[in-house]
Write a protein that binds this ligand. Sequence first.
Ligand code: NAP
Length: 311
Amino acid sequence: MTTTNEFDVLIIGGGPAGATASIYAARNGLRVGVVYDGVFGGIVSSASLIENYPGFPDGVEGLELGERLRRHVENVGAVLINERVESIEENGRNGMFTLHGLDMLYAKAIILSMGVNYKHLNVPGESQLIGRGVSYCATCDGAFFRNRTVAVIGGGSSAFSSAEYLANIASKVYLIHRRNAFRAEKVLVDRVSQNGKIQLILNSVVSEVLGEKKVEGIVLKNLESGKETTLPVDGVFVQVGHVPNTQMVKDLVDLDENGYIKTDEEMKTSKKGLFAAGDIRHGALGQIVTAAADGAIAAQSVFEYINELGT
Ligand code: NAP
């Protein structure tokens, strides 16, 4: 007999990968639980405007897409569980796993779609000033910097879209990058380059964030000359990439050298019954559309796996 805490598949993470997996798995008749921490949508919720997801020609705000994903998951009958999973263990019963969080949850299969978190610069002053001028999310914290001066660090699409978003609020935005070539999409680079409020500082890294109670400036090191200068700013938005949320499963599944989960093309991890999807996976493109595709594949693999279990 199944209890309310017992599922065919538990999906950890409510981003595009986890949401899509739950939609496909539920429509295949599986009993699905989606366990998510914080706001539904994962890191997507902190995106200002998503302009490259098909079907949204005018773009869609991250929070709105997250809410649409939540409603879609709810509509297909998956159970939404808003809590943090602390650990996963095999519980001894044939092919069952136990998830420990606020409650104990049980499933025959698990899809790991916990995504990624923001990478830190790890320079003096950064961690002490988080929430006091240091931020990793322009849409969450940008409003605190109306008519102020801010710096965005990074040369990828996240840094460029954050700089563009902040230019609508702040009086001046510095975009600081360690090279003079960018990973960001050309369309973003072109727009930012033409934005009169944004000034690019290239071949430079932040070596320290200055300030006692709040951010007052940053120390910049020019990598060509080796010279250090101080730049007064009120806010620092760090957008230098991501780290995978795999701490919890590091002893359960094989990870690559950067901590991302290794899977095969069917989203199977090295552990039977554990699947992974989305940005948490080795080789992921880091796009909403590919995370969603991973989720659909993982759900299909889980469906076949559970049928083979025959329990
Ligand atoms: P990313 O593409 O990995 O870029 C990270 C940037 O941070 C790189 O320019 C990197 O420099 C720099 N960096 C890394 N470590 C650093 C350090 N310690 N100090 C200084 N700089 C450092 O990450 P992302 O911009 O977050 O993008 C992730 C994915 O999401 C990408 O696939 C991107 O296309 C996607 N995305 C798309 C959009 C969009 O609007 N289409 C928006 C956001 C994100 P180097 O270049 O020198 O390595």
